[in-house]
Design a protein around this ligand. Structure first.
Ligand SMILES: Cc1cc2nc3c(=O)[nH]c(=O)nc-3n(C[C@H](O)[C@H](O)[C@H](O)COP(=O)(O)OP(=O)(O)OC[C@H]3O[C@@H](n4cnc5c(N)ncnc54)[C@H](O)[C@@H]3O)c2cc1C
Length: 481
């Protein structure tokens, strides 16, 4: 059996791995010059460093993603953090880690010790969590009104619920649905002891999806074609099935089955409009909306963050990540990320990348030894009103307030990147617009974090969708899955 997988993000990679391990002949077509999709890296020109466009983290409850890394032998590049650090603007911090009590009580001590919540806040939050645990997991009502009817206040929303959910869902409580908020808290923090633990890659994503994954593919006979953008899928005129894919270079490729693992907003370019009119399940995809995530890459002349990461409570910044990667980590990627090669036309992603407004293009003092800090701001629309320059200024000012070492540190170099279509928005009832992996075409499966996986837009959702799409292909081919 021959399968063509279109899109080398995590969804396409997971589908490819699942099929290749069963001896299926897979050709993977990726528009960009590298694999990984939205979970990607760029090479910063002045420092020569490989950096993630945005730091990606996995939680312990992302079981299929962690299993995927084990399958391809990359699990040692992810390190589970023993604790989380929560920082408040006045510069105080609390550690968040599990006690030896069984779930769901293992994190109670950490919550009770949080310096940024009053005793009254903590009682309200515990009541809210208990209500969340008891409510219908599939009912996707508007989250914030529901939280308020369960005793939550402006303060607990800002200091607790939004602190966790804006990063986890890329959506604030005010507009999110309850279903995926519940999933984050129940599966991440209540149901199992290790669900909350944050797994951080210790190498840039470029390394994860670069040579080592390609070696796995080579061993399993997968044909990977980079810079092989698909222009459209050609349909069989007599029956609802795909006849071939046409690439941008006008060449055509035929297979028994096809998996389309591109972002949802690319589907109308690749499939004929008549298909959307004929099949409401495809037409509904158009209702999905996207939200941006902004990352600020800052190089200082000295270390400013004393921990590998920190969560900021009540600030503009949400997560801080310290780098560099441990000594001895060598990279062998070749791509240079720049505004030119990140243009929407290349692969459907649209990112804005700006050097610091105040820094010269190649600042004299910056080097690979400069101290790098990444600041991540999810659901960043409201913070972008004044532009990247304004946001950078506010973030640097905030860092000087939060971190004593930053007060005297000199900012040597900076980049601000906004991924405008970072994730689909988990608004109430969003699942009615997410299609199953089995498309109405008999030899086409869909994959992507936006398909029906029961997860919000995450690497976990992408991997699950890839596995489910592979299962559809195997079932339709009459093979045991
Ligand atoms: C800034 C940012 C931060 C994030 N942080 C996290 C995080 O911390 N934790 C987490 O779990 N998730 C995070 N996510 C979400 C996560 O990155 C995505 O959910 C996941 O990577 C999606 O994978 P995918 O395969 O579904 O889609 P994509 O990664 O978008 O992959 C689709 C692939 O299809 C390719 N393609 C598109 N059109 C064509 C074509 N015509 N022909 C061939 N190929 C094509 C694209 O180039 C791309 O490689 C973040 C996302 C962003 C943008």
């Amino acid at each position: 059996m021959q399968v063509v997988v279109i899109g080398g993000g995590l969804a396409g990679l997971a589908a490819t791995v699942a099929l290749a391990r069963r001896g299926v002949a897979v050709t993977l077509l990726e528009a960009r010059p590298r694999l990984g999709g939205r979970a990607g890296s760029f090479r910063d020109t002045p420092t020569g460093q490989w950096l993630d466009v945005c730091q990606h983290v996995a939680m312990g409850c992302c079981t299929q993603l962690l299993q995927f890394f084990r399958t391809v032998g990359l699990q040692h590049y992810l390190v589970a953090q023993p604790r989380l650090v929560f920082l408040t603007p006045e510069g105080r911090h609390s550690y968040f880690q599990a006690a030896c009590w069984p779930a769901p009580f293992h994190l109670s001590r950490a919550l009770l010790a949080a310096h940024y919540l009053t005793p009254g806040d903590k009682i309200r939050i515990l009541r809210g969590l208990a209500a969340l645990l008891r409510c219908d997991p599939d009912e996707d009502v508007p989250l914030e009104p529901w939280l308020r009817t369960h005793g939550q206040t402006d303060r607990t929303l800002a200091r607790f619920w939004n602190t966790v959910l804006v990063s986890a869902l890329n959506e604030p409580c005010a507009t999110a649905g309850r279903k995926y908020a519940r999933k984050v808290f129940v599966e991440g923090f209540l149901q199992q002891r290790d669900g909350w633990r944050v797994h951080l890659p210790i190498v840039p994503l470029e390394r994860l999806y670069g040579s080592e994954l390609q070696a796995f593919f080579a061993r399993h006979g997968v044909r990977v074609r980079l810079q092989a953008a698909v222009r459209r899928l050609l349909l069989d005129p007599l029956q609802p099935r795909v006849a071939a894919v046409e690439l941008r270079d006008a060449s055509r490729l035929q297979a028994d089955h096809y998996i389309l693992a591109v972002p949802f907003y690319r589907l109308p370019d690749l499939l004929p409009p008549s298909l959307f009119e004929q099949f409401p399940v495809l037409d509904r995809i158009r209702q999905l909306e996207t939200a941006p995530i902004t990352s600020l890459h800052l190089w200082f002349d000295r270390p400013v963050l004393p921990w590998p990461h920190a969560v900021v409570v009540g600030g503009v910044s949400q997560w801080l990540f310290r780098r560099p990667f441990p000594a001895g980590v060598e990279l062998n990627g070749t791509e240079n990320f720049s505004p030119e090669n990140s243009s929407p036309s290349a692969d459907g992603h649209s990112a804005t990348v700006l050097p610091s407004p105040q820094q010269p293009a190649v600042p004299p003092a910056v080097s690979a030894e400069s101290h790098y800090l990444q600041v991540v701001i999810s659901a960043s629309t409201a913070h972008l009103a004044g532009g990247h320059a304004d946001l950078q200024q506010r973030v640097v000012q905030e860092l000087r307030q939060l971190l004593p070492a930053a007060r005297t540190a000199r900012l040597l170099h900076a980049r601000v990147i906004t991924e405008h279509q970072a994730t689909f928005r988990p608004v109430p009832g969003v699942d009615r617009w997410r299609p199953p992996q089995a498309s109405p075409l008999s030899n086409l499966a869909l994959a992507g974090d936006w398909t029906a996986t029961g997860w919000p837009a995450t690497m976990e959702s992408a991997v699950r969708s890839g596995y489910l799409a592979a299962q559809v292909v195997l079932q339709r081919a009459g093979e045991p899955s």
